[in-house]
Design a protein around this ligand. Sequence first.
Ligand code: SF4
Length: 407
Amino acid sequence: MYKIASTDKMKKIMGDYFLSLDSGEKKIAWCTSVGPAELLRSFGFEVYFPENHGALLGATRTAMDFIPEAVKCGYSGHVCSYTTADIGSYLKGDSPLKSHYKMKGHPKPDLIAYNTNQCREVQDWLQFFAKEFDCPIVGIVPPRHMDEVTQDEVDLVIKQFKNMIPVCEQVSGQKFDEENFRETVRLSKEATLLWQKVLKTSTAMNAPLSFFDGTIHMGPIVVLRGTQLAKDYYTGLLAELEDNVKNNIGFLPQAKTRIFWEGMPIWGKLRMLSDLFTANGAAVVASTYCSSWVFDKFDENDPWNSTARAYTEIFINRSEKAKMQMLTDWFNEYRIDGIIYHDSKTCFNNSNAKFGMPQRLREKTGVPALVIEGDLCDLRFFSEAQSVTKIETFLEQLEESKLALNG
Ligand code: SF4
């Protein structure tokens, strides 16, 4: 049975992180997952990420208990189920943060910051909490869906980043310190580059990290970037995975096909899907989702420009043309045989199968595609029986055409 030994360390780090949020020692800033975490940390805030809580609600399959509470308050059951599950959990006063991490519940924010580089939903979501906690809220609203991100667009985002400073100073009681900011960006850059290397270990034919394991091991790069802890964690994980590659130890020896996962994870079905692919000899070796926390443009010598650019250039914030190019590069790098698109019912923004891109990308690359319908948290939108049949048929066809091609 393949096991990543670093998993225990990761669980401990995440447990300690949640406890520190509850300790009351530091002021707390809430931040969107690809928001300006480095700037917030440079003011000494402990940073909490509501999307991480959304994923926890999905993975523990408690989301469906909470979504109806948000619906009662006027939120549609068809909008982002991170949002509705998180708001519902707050309204109901219950969360796995209590049962799993012994927290009192949602940590009270001193400041809330969002970046709509991923979607506008985060603005509505976090505004609910700003009102609820009577707390200041700041937002970055960058240009969206670009082929190329020009310097003019980056300058606009820098201006918005800098507009956050007076609010951060007032709430934290600390003056902005450019050196602190540079140091946080340096730590964040080093951790994110290690995370990138971790993901790239699975370019090896005997891949040591599956997409499903990646969704677990990405915890520290989401919630602890900008800290030494995250850097140390990925240094250890990378060493372990590189060792596995050297010793030809992978999560699925002799995989028949190599698959790319596009879109959000189906959090409540990770284990089932992982087992399904394994049983069919298919290794899911790469994803857009796990790659979303690779910010390889970070540069402590140019902290404003590099962070504004990195957070604006992310996959989800790009045009179809740019996304197709990024996917094509990943297909080549990871030697992908087929791509599975998760068309998520409540996350329009991170679903790329709604306007014909799978067909166009197949024409461009020749890589076969399958679209499955589901959701990140709300399993009422996921038909397991139907999806299993679709995936098994797709994998069988892939395998056959690969065999035919290789004679
Ligand atoms: S990107 Fe999707 S899942 Fe994430 S917050 Fe926005 S709508 Fe929700």
